[in-house]
Design a protein around this ligand. Structure first.
Ligand code: TYD
Length: 140
C-alpha cells in the first residue's frame, strides 16, 4: 500500500494465516505492533451519525484495526488531512502521537479494535483543536 498519510501514519498489512477453515491474524508486540502492547480497547455499536475521537495524543502510539464492518478515519497532522476507510481486518493503521483523528460513518456492524502502548491517561489527550495545532507546530 503506497498511500501517503499525514503525520507518519502508516497502513500495515497484517499476516493472515488462512486455510480451508478460514482466516486468523495474530498481532504480537514488537513484531506486528511496533511497540509493547499495554492496552486493548474496542468500539462497537456506534450510533449512526456519530463522530468519535476528535482528539490527538501527546505520546500514545496505537494500532487500529476494523475487525468487522468499516468506518472512516480522518487523520490530521496540523499540516495535512486525509480521510481513509478502514474496513479490512488484515490491515492496521499505525497512529503515532500528535495526529488529530476523527472516526465517522460507522457501519452498524463495525468493531474497531485499538492496541495501545500505554494505559488510559486523560492527561495524554489533546481535545482542543487549537491546542493541537500549537502542539503539532512546535513539534514539527
Ligand atoms: P472517549 O475518549 O470519549 O472515546 P473516543 O475518543 O473513541 O470517542 O472514551 C469514552 C469513555 O471511555 C471515556 O469516559 C473514557 C473511557 N475510556 C477508558 O476508560 N479507557 C480507555 O482505554 C478509553 C479509550 C476510554
Amino acid at each position: 500500500m503506497h498511500e501517503t498519510l499525514p503525520g507518519r501514519c502508516t497502513l500495515v498489512q497484517l499476516t493472515v494465516k488462512g486455510d480451508e477453515r478460514g482466516s486468523l491474524v495474530a498481532i504480537e508486540q514488537l513484531r506486528d505492533a511496533p511497540f509493547d502492547i499495554a492496552r486493548v480497547y474496542y468500539l462497537y455499536g456506534t450510533i449512526p451519525g456519530v463522530t468519535r475521537g476528535l482528539h490527538a495524543h501527546r505520546e500514545l502510539r496505537q494500532l487500529v484495526v476494523a475487525l468487522a464492518g468499516s468506518c472512516t478515519m480522518l487523520l490530521d497532522d496540523g499540516a495535512a488531512r486525509t480521510s481513509i476507510r478502514l474496513g479490512d481486518p488484515a490491515t492496521g493503521l499505525l497512529l503515532p502521537p500528535l495526529v488529530w483523528h476523527e472516526m465517522s460513518d460507522f457501519s452498524p456492524d463495525c468493531v474497531l479494535m485499538v492496541l495501545a502502548d500505554a494505559a488510559y491517561d486523560e492527561a495524554d489527550y489533546i481535545r482542543d483543536y487549537g491546542e493541537f495545532l500549537a502542539a503539532a507546530g512546535s513539534a514539527g
